[in-house]
Design a protein around this ligand. Structure first.
Ligand code: NAP
Length: 270
């Protein structure tokens, strides 16, 4: 075990964590690592079979891992999932708002200005609902909310307008809320991965909301496990806003300092 994971282990041991998007990809890896570090986890997704597979992946007993099928687009479901976590474990220390989906397509090709894709409800509304219903308990435990953003939380990638809007909105919400809840002892972290190899591209939608999977190329991209490790590290260190690749950090800086040049670079890349 590395010194980093030993430190993390002591940080997460006996903490109660809600993880959304736990049935796949980054969320699944978060559950596996949190369990390995001694946390109690309430794992949320919609797919019962994939949620159940977490018991096999972690070997965790039901006293350490509980799963719940909830649609995080739905406010009542978010309230219920918080109540379910409390009835399983009695407290909440950490909330990983990780459920999300992506959408790629030219705005000019959309069949309506706001096609009913659920992208805002999944990526933004869910974070607001979970913050609202968990904060009273997080104030009690001096807890932590960590949100999975993306480069799209910082940079306007061409043909990702709906996805960018949802992830920019989350960033604005977190930035403002942080100024309100820091005095209450609650920490907020936004972690923005670059490309990670998960099911996100298989579940991609086009600008009209139709399925439009995009295969991964040969490029070397981060694994879900690496990404989860970095999310847990940022949470343990109480970071505010972390971009997980040099490319993302450079693009973010370029956009800030030289927006015209950033637009040219992005036009070449896409
Ligand atoms: N992969 C990347 O390149 C990348 C890069 C930057 C940021 N991210 C962000 O990372 C997060 C995790 O994505 P991933 O890459 O791990 O993709 P993924 O493998 O497709 O996982 C997405 C997860 O979100 C859950 N989810 C989606 N809609 C939901 C809903 N309405 N209610 C409840 N759960 C819902 C899915 O659960 P069910 O299938 O059970 O519904 C699944 O567990 C997302 O917020 C994504 O935007 C990903």
């Amino acid at each position: 075990m590395s010194s980093t994971s030993r430190e993390s282990s002591s940080h997460y041991a006996d903490k109660v964590a809600i993880v959304t998007g736990a049935s796949s990809g980054i969320g699944q890896a978060l559950v596996v690592q949190l369990i390995a570090e001694g946390a109690q986890v309430f794992a949320v997704g919609r797919d019962a079979e994939r949620l159940n597979s977490l018991y096999g992946l972690t070997n965790a007993p039901v006293t350490q891992l509980a799963t719940g099928q909830f649609d995080v687009q739905d406010e009542a479901a978010c309230r219920q999932l918080v109540e379910s976590c409390l009835s399983c474990f009695g407290r909440i220390d950490l909330v990983f708002c990780n459920a999300g989906r992506a959408m790629k397509g030219a705005f000019l090709s959309a069949n309506s200005p706001l096609p009913s894709t659920g992208i805002m409800r999944t990526n933004y509304d869910s974070v607001v609902y979970l913050a609202f219903y968990t904060l009273p308990y997080l104030i009690h435990t001096q807890g932590h909310i960590t949100v999975t953003g993306g480069i799209v939380s910082h940079v306007g990638l061409p043909e990702f307008s709906a996805y960018c809007a949802s992830k920019h909105a989350v960033r604005g919400f977190i930035e403002s809320l942080r100024r309100e809840v820091t005095a209450e002892g609650v920490t907020l972290t936004l972690v923005s991965p670059d490309t990670v190899r998960t099911a996100v591209r298989a579940n991609m939608q086009d600008a009209c909301g139709n399925p439009d999977p995009i295969p991964y190329g040969d490029e070397k991209v981060m694994s879900a496990e690496q990404c989860a490790g970095k999310i847990l590290d940022a949470t343990r260190r109480k970071k505010r806003d972390v971009l997980l690749s040099t490319r993302a950090r450079l693009l973010n800086l370029l956009q800030f300092a030289f927006p015209g040049l950033a637009q040219k670079v992005l036009a070449i890349r896409h």
